[in-house]
Design a protein around this ligand. Structure first.
Ligand code: ATP
Length: 248
C-alpha cells in the first residue's frame, strides 16, 4: 500500500483580501513524482512556502509522516528532510560548483572545514562531490566560478546542492525557469534520474516536461484545489484544458 509522506489539511493562507491558498488538502506519497500546476498566480509557490515553513498558514495543518510540523521553523523542516529549490536561482557566485557542493556535503557529513584547507579536500567530501558532479553533469565546469556558468548549469548545481543534503522530500519550484529551450531537457533528464526513494513535488509550467515526469498531478486555480489525478486523467480533463492548458 502507498504511504503518505507529506500532507496538508485544509491549509489556508490569507494576505488581506487575497487568499493564495484556500482550504487545500493534498497528499504526497512516498517516492512520488508529483507535479503542482496551475495558471500564474494560482498559489503554487505560496503552497511550497507553507510546506517549507517560510510562510505561516492562517489556518490548517501540515504533516510529515503523520506528525504535525505546522509549527516547525524552516531549518527544523530541513533537518527532517524537506528541501527545496527556488524559482529564481540562489547560489554563491564567487564559489565554484565543487566548493558549493563541498559546503553542503561537509555539513551533511558533520565535517567542519577550516580556512587553511581548500573546500572539498577531505577525502569523504571529495568522493561524494565527485559523484554529485558527475550525476548532475557538472564535472566539466567544477572549477569555474558560478558567476560564469551557463544558466542551465547553475540550475543543475542548485538541484545537486539540494540532493547533497540528502532530502526525503524535494520541492522543485520551476527548475527550468529562465533556462534556454536547448538546455531544459538536460535538466529534466537528471531530475527524471533522481533516486526513486526521494519524494519529489515539482512546480512547472511546461506541460510536456510535467507529463513526462509526473505520475500524479494536482491543479490549483485561484488558490483552490481544482483537479487531481494521474497524468492520463489530468492531461485529458477538458476542465483543466480550459483553465490551464488552453493558455499556453
Ligand atoms: P506563478 O506561476 O506566477 O509563479 P504561483 O501559482 O506560484 O504563480 P503565488 O506566487 O503563490 O502563485 O501567488 C498567488 C497569489 O498570492 C498571487 O496573487 C500573489 O500576488 C499573492 N501573494 C503571494 N505572496 C504574497 C504576499 N506576500 N503578499 C500579498 N500577496 C501575495
Amino acid at each position: 500500500m502507498s504511504q503518505v509522506v507529506l500532507e496538508t489539511h485544509n491549509l489556508l493562507k490569507r494576505y488581506g483580501g487575497i487568499t493564495p491558498t484556500n482550504d487545500v488538502s493534498i497528499k504526497v506519497e512516498k517516492g512520488a513524482r508529483h507535479a503542482l500546476i496551475g495558471p500564474n498566480g494560482a498559489g503554487k509557490t505560496t503552497l511550497v512556502n507553507l510546506l517549507t515553513g517560510v510562510v505561516e498558514p492562517t489556518s490548517g495543518r501540515i504533516s510529515l509522516d503523520g506528525q504535525d510540523i505546522t509549527q516547525l521553523a524552516p531549518h527544523q523542516r530541513v533537518r527532517r528532510g524537506i528541501v527545496r529549490t527556488f524559482q529564481i536561482n540562489q547560489l554563491w557566485n564567487e564559489l565554484t560548483p565543487l566548493q558549493s557542493l563541498a559546503l553542503t556535503v561537509s555539513a551533511q557529513l558533520g565535517i567542519s572545514h577550516t580556512w587553511w584547507k581548500p573546500l572539498g579536500s577531505d577525502p569523504r567530501v571529495a568522493e561524494r562531490c565527485a559523484v554529485l558532479l558527475k550525476q548532475f553533469r557538472l564535472d566539466d565546469v567544477m572549477d569555474q566560478k558560478v558567476s560564469v556558468l551557463a544558466y542551465g548549469k547553475r540550475r543543475l548545481l542548485e538541484i545537486a546542492t539540494a540532493i547533497a543534503s540528502e532530502p526525503r522530500v524535494l520541492l522543485l519550484d520551476e527548475p527550468v525557469a529562465g533556462v534556454p529551450e536547448g538546455e531544459r531537457q538536460e535538466i529534466f533528464d537528471t531530475i527524471n534520474a533522481l533516486p526513486p526513494e526521494v519524494t519529489i513535488l515539482l512546480i512547472e509550467h511546461d506541460m510536456d516536461l510535467v507529463f513526462n515526469f509526473a505520475r500524479t498531478v494536482t491543479v490549483l486555480v485561484n488558490g483552490t484545489l481544482f483537479a487531481e489525478g494521474d497524468v492520463a486523467s489530468i492531461s485529458t480533463d477538458p476542465r483543466v484544458k480550459a483553465v490551464y492548458l488552453g493558455e499556453g
